[in-house]
Design a protein around this ligand. Sequence first.
Ligand code: SIN
Length: 187
Amino acid sequence: MSHNTIAINQQMDKFDGHDSVWLFGYGSLIYKADFPFLERRPASIANWSRRFWQGSHDHRGTPEAPGRVATLIPEPGAVCAGMAYLITPEVFAHLDYREKNGYLRFATDMTFDDGSAAEGLVYIASADNAAFLGEATEYAIAQHIARSAGPSGPNREYLLNLAQALREMGHEDKHVFAIERYLDQLG
Ligand code: SIN
């Protein structure tokens, strides 16, 4: 699959005709909401784990030296905590551009913190996208992040902002917090 997913995402018609759609964010979408939304609520989705296995050519790295950013990896029984935004359909043009480096829109059920649920969309960069980097030890991921930067800024900032946002929401994410600790040690 090509790096640029905009055209594929524009064909996603599942929520056509809806006035508003829930979007689940688990990476930079948690701490950087650079789009209008009607409502924002902490939420989670089941059977996915957040992993820094996606390459970033356009935000936290370059095509020659990609950074490492979050995607979701299927894992039965896992729960991934994040932030849900109720948005109008026009916002997807901005989001498709922002998430164009390998992320596809998928329909998902999400559960809000009060136990209620809704169906919505989530952007996931699957293992078959051209920018996917895959598994590495958390130490190797920290080393990679420590030396990467791109048009949106240092890769380290993405990881630290995400760790802080998760902590503020009261969530423990072993993978993210382990990388944060190694980054701290690397200085
Ligand atoms: C997300 O945050 O939900 C997708 C990945 C990203 O933009 O960092």
